[in-house]
Design a protein around this ligand. Structure first.
Ligand code: HSE
Length: 435
């Protein structure tokens, strides 16, 4: 018996998915049970790199999600609308849904999973985070016995590719971004990548799965990579670090009976020690380090964007559903490990409450006493310094780089506000958190 797929979108990931489904030879036998029935596109005449039977194409996406013949709707159009409405309509028509849409799931996950659980259908989203890396199912299934505490990830391929090229080749930000777009890594609007929004969507999803709760996407602190300069990359290198865009979710108090404390969920560029496993994750690769009790640490690593890797995750989800339907076409109860029903909502701590190390680069007059003034301002705010270096001059100005110990972000910001008032300090050129 073949299970019929309605595919919404034939772009980078849709094309890769169609390619796998239309060429099942040599793959798992379940792939042969999956039939691509309809494909919803914007234009019937657009030239595409993938050849699909033209009779499968339609511009009527509503007709796909309401088509009684279709078993599984695969949403790969991206963006918030009409993706959200189409997913909800598919669920209302009893379709299982597979999606790669992190923006929709991060914002409307609660609405979508509630509807899916009521309609007794699956909504699977392996491709939404980490491209080809299996991370969603491991969090739901293989790691389910643990009390998870921390997730630290490089989960945006485009920014990792940009930072890697800037670090290894000294290339400029804009040159590398253009290449990433050509290679199909970047979002249609690359602002979502470079400003960290894409990574923030993804870490919101991972935190929700890892800690079994819904959270508010708008509470996730988010800072992108557009202010990172070659000067910061060079200083980081001299100090023994590389700069990565990290997405971090922590539940430090994940203890029995304590599942109400605020979570920490944030995305920002970070100086990562060169000896850390995430430091050597380069190019479009993603990696997600998961820490829990009694597990310890595991790291998931692989291609985090692009057509083939992301399509691999989409088809794995389709296969998971087909595997269940093949034995029981109308399950009366959803498989508890495959479905998702978190318990309630958790708050996210404001960034000012987070404890972290900082790197700060100052441009100042090269006069006696400046380092003393800096030290005094930090000391007054309870910020302890690990190192202070002055390496060179930028024009007439001295460049001073400070690395702090672990401090409360709110205290650090108070010190910076004081430092900005010191006459000899001409600018706070950059501030980057340190792992
Ligand atoms: N634009 C995303 C990235 C694609 O670069 O990681 C995968 O979600």
């Amino acid at each position: 018996m073949a299970f019929k797929i309605g595919l919404l979108g034939l772009g980078t990931v849709g094309g890769g998915t169609a390619d796998i489904l239309l060429h099942p030879e040599g793959r798992h036998p379940l792939v042969q049970e999956i039939s691509l029935h309809q494909i919803g596109v914007k234009s019937l005449t657009k030239k595409r790199s993938i050849q699909v039977p033209p009779n499968l194409l339609t511009t009527d996406l509503e007709a796909i999600v309401t088509n009684p013949e279709i078993d599984i709707v695969v949403e790969l159009i991206g963006g918030l609308e009409p993706a959200r409405s189409l997913i909800l309509k598919a669920i209302a028509h009893g379709k299982h849904v597979v999606t790669a849409n992190k923006a929709v799931i991060a914002r409307y996950g609660r609405e979508i999973f509630t509807a899916a659980n009521q309609a007794n259908v699956y909504v699977l989203l392996e491709a939404a985070v980490g491209g080809g890396i299996p991370i969603i199912e491991p969090l739901k299934q293989s790691l389910g016995a643990n009390r998870l505490r921390n997730i630290i990830g490089i989960i945006n391929g485009t920014t990792n590719y940009i930072l890697t090229e800037m670090t290894q080749k000294g290339a400029s930000f804009s040159e590398v971004l253009a290449t990433a777009q050509k290679l199909g890594y970047a979002e249609a609007d690359p602002v979502a990548d470079v400003e960290g929004y894409d990574a923030a969507d993804k870490i919101a999803i991972l935190a929700s799965l890892a800690f079994g709760c819904y959270l508010k996407r708008e509470e996730v602190y988010c800072e992108g990579i557009t202010k990172i300069t070659s000067s910061d990359i060079n200083y980081a290198d001299k100090l023994g670090f590389v700069i990565k865009l990290l997405a971090i979710a922590s539940c430090p108090d994940n203890q029995p009976g304590n599942n109400t404390a605020p979570l920490q969920v944030r995305v920002h560029p970070t100086l990562v020690p060169k000896s850390h496993p995430l430091a050597s994750v380069n190019g479009v690769n993603n990696a997600i380090l998961v820490e829990g009790e009694p597990l310890g640490q595991v790291m998931f690593y692989g291609p985090g964007a692009g057509s083939g890797p992301t399509a691999s995750a989409v088809v794995a989800d389709i296969m998971n559903i087909v595997g269940v339907l093949a034995t029981n076409p109308q399950p009366s109860r959803l498989d508890a490990l495959l479905s998702y029903a978190p318990q309630g909502e958790r708050e996210i701590s404001p960034i000012s409450e987070v404890y972290t190390r900082f790197y700060a680069r100052f441009l100042c007059e090269d006069v006696p006493g400046v380092i003393g003034h800096l030290g005094t301002a930090f000391g007054r705010a309870n910020v302890s310094l690990e190192s202070v270096v002055q390496i060179g001059l930028v024009g007439e100005l001295a460049e001073i780089v400070v690395v702090t110990h672990h401090v409360k972000e709110g205290d650090f910001r108070k010190a910076i506000a004081d430092i900005e008032k010191i006459e000899a300090i001409k600018s706070v050129a950059n501030i980057i958190r340190v792992l």
